[in-house]
Write a protein that binds this ligand. Sequence first.
Ligand code: G3P
Length: 216
Amino acid sequence: MKFFVDSADLNAIAELADIGLVDGVTTNPSIIAKSGRDFKEVVKDICKLTEGHVSAEVVAMNADQMVEEGRILRKIADNVCVKLPLTMDGLKACNVLSREGTPTNVTLCFSANQALLAAKCGATYISPFIGRLDDLSLDGMELIEDIHTIYDNYGFETEILAASIRNANHVKECALVGADVMTAPPNVIKALSNHALTDKGLAAFMKDWEKTGQSI
Ligand code: G3P
């Protein structure tokens, strides 16, 4: 499963990239607003931190303007992936940009039928939002499973990019279901290494090693 970082925090992305845990990055207008930086400049800087796709989202609402914005974003760097909302205009723009060879990420997906439309429109990635469904006491993981079944049934090449991931269980469940990609905030990715028994065991090893008086 590919790990994408859902952030525009350059330091956090670089820290994870140094460990080998960054296969790409996703942003959205809220993440860009939080960065406080110029959109195209921060995307350009992010693209230097990974060879993988970096999702940059259009903000237009109609297809023609989405396509124009997508073409502008695509020129920022070779690894820019254009993010489009799951609306009929977003799907039309996805179809046009995908046919031009532009990587596309159709986002704000909350149903299997929406994911089916994105695949038929040539999306490179589909971004189902797990956490926001869970927030409504719906089953975000069930959506990932349904999309995986539908895509397998028809051999769609669109990659499932599980998004709105809030905790380590979401990551594990996505890996068990077979999501192609998961995108999560840096703190969620870092927390994946945490386990009390690991800390306890390491402390015991170090205590016993100190008794040997040796060094390597
Ligand atoms: O990539 C989508 C993600 O940023 C949304 O996460 O936690 O706002 O639902 P969240």
